[in-house]
Design a binder for this molecule. Structure first.
Ligand code: UD1
Length: 425
């Protein structure tokens, strides 16, 4: 297993180019299954999760190729609606293929994703949505087996019991090809949902209200291919900008979108950062500059969009470990998302956990140790912490980070960090 060695304590100052969003690319690739003519996606990041989904879709006979950041999808060779456990178990987002398969081919056999490190993460809401559209769903031997009587889903009323990003995306994709009108209530409002709705609309779907809690979809008979560019990764953007907050430094992110990151940028300002948003020949940039100052501790509570994103919680905990004062971090989305806290504590942080609340008392400095990455965003919090620490910090199990941060070493070096990857047994 690979590990990172980070030699920290050097000034953080530099520019990073932001990649396409993992959390947009995965539903967009799944949505490509709906197209009856070839489809091209651009700005697709090269990440483990993206490659897993491409492998899953290719396993269904679809002709799908990735060259650089461009993916071509041709469904004319499709011959199977089967998503096997071996691939699904490695990535929960595999469940995104359920809605498109049922909508386009009237059948699906998709392995249940199972648990994951940050909580049990059931898919009951996805299944409820498919049933509301007329699919018959059973769960047998660890597989979700779906069939559509008559072959075509019917528009219906979907009212989610909780705000679910993936559930909303699955419902949106399925409803686009259903017969009649679907109303999705208590829909998630994340930017990635808007991105998916935009691509589906470019394919011929009729969708209103994406980005609000009620989405209305008028189903159409078929969807064609299109060319679509994945939106910038807001979490990757926030993660690199956080490095400036941790170190008193400066980071500029390019090819990004500040409108998707408002709750995070407001918190950066509360912490004392100067945040500058600019357009340079059509490319949006966000610069965060601490001018050598120490960040002020700021409390956060994770919420569905437009609230503070759970995917930035670990990075904010890292900033707060070195900030001036005491902060409270409340995680409301996932049941077990503080696994980075004991690792940050190994680096000298002062963190007390009580259920879903963490109290962080800022310390003057952290110290080098051997730590372990536990999930994707948790891994980034350790990288951020290590960049401030004089001496060598070793981060094990970095396969988590390869799932979601494209060219991480190159980008860390671009902002002044010293990082090397070592291959281990
Ligand atoms: C997506 C993101 C993930 C982010 C999360 C919340 C992708 C690929 N991943 O995950 O990075 O952290 O949104 O912003 O886009 N739930 C149920 N039943 C369901 C569905 C969800 O109980 O059927 C629960 C989950 O266990 C969790 C909460 O609802 O506690 C939110 O999950 P959800 O919004 O669905 O997250 P994902 O789409 O899996």
């Amino acid at each position: 297993m690979d590990r990172f060695i980070i030699e920290g304590g050097y000034p953080i100052d530099g520019t990073v180019r932001i990649s396409g969003a993992k959390n947009a690319a995965l539903p967009l690739l799944s949505g490509a299954i709906l197209a009856s003519t070839p489809l091209t996606l651009t700005n697709v990041p090269s990440l483990k999760d993206v490659h897993t989904l491409i492998e899953l879709i290719a396993g269904m006979g679809v002709t799908i190729t990735k060259t650089g950041d461009t993916v071509h999808v041709d469904n004319s060779t499709h011959n199977s609606c089967f998503a096997p456990y071996e691939l699904v178990k490695t990535m929960r987002a595999s469940i995104f293929v359920l809605g498109p398969l049922l909508a386009r081919f009237g059948e699906a056999q998709v392995s249940l994703p199972g648990g994951c490190a940050i909580g049990s993460r059931p898919v009951d809401q996805h299944l409820k949505a498919m049933e509301a559209l007329g699919a018959q769903i059973t769960v047998e031997n660890g597989y979700v087996i779906g069939t559509v009587p008559g072959g075509r889903l019917k528009g219906g009323s979907i009212n989610f019991d909780m705000v679910t990003v993936g559930g909303t995306e699955n419902a949106l994709m399925a409803a686009s090809l259903a017969e009649g009108v679907t109303i999705i209530d208590n829909a998630a409002r994340e930017p990635e949902i808007i991105d998916l709705a935009r691509m589906l609309t470019a394919m011929g779907a009729k969708i209103e209200g994406a980005g609000t809690a009620r989405i209305t979809v008028q189903g159409v008979e078929s969807l064609s291919g299109c060319e679509y560019s994945v939106c910038p990764d807001r979490i990757e953007t926030g993660s690199y900008l956080a490095a400036a907050l941790m170190s008193g430094g400066r980071v500029k992110a390019t090819h990004t979108d500040s409108s998707q990151l408002e709750p995070v940028l407001h918190k950066f300002e509360e912490m004392g950062a100067e945040v500058t948003i600019a357009k340079e020949s059509d490319v949006e940039t966000i610069e965060v500059n601490m001018h050598g100052k120490r960040a002020k501790a700021v409390s956060v509570r994770t919420l569905p969009h437009p609230g503070f994103p759970t995917d930035m919680q670990a990075q904010f905990m890292a900033i707060n470990t070195l900030a001036e004062g005491t902060s409270t971090i409340i995680e409301t989305i996932f049941e077990n998302r503080f696994m980075h806290a004991p690792e940050l504590t190994r680096l000298g942080a002062d963190i007390q956990i009580d259920g879903h609340t963490a109290v962080v008392r800022g310390v003057e400095k952290l110290s080098a140790a051997q730590v372990m990455a536990t999930d994707l965003r948790a891994s980034m919090s350790l990288v951020l912490a290590a960049l401030t620490i004089e001496g060598k910090t070793q981060i094990d199990r970095i396969y988590h980070i390869d799932r979601g941060y494209e060219l991480l070493e190159e980008k860390v070096r671009a902002i002044g960090g010293r990082i090397t990857r070592e291959s281990g047994a």
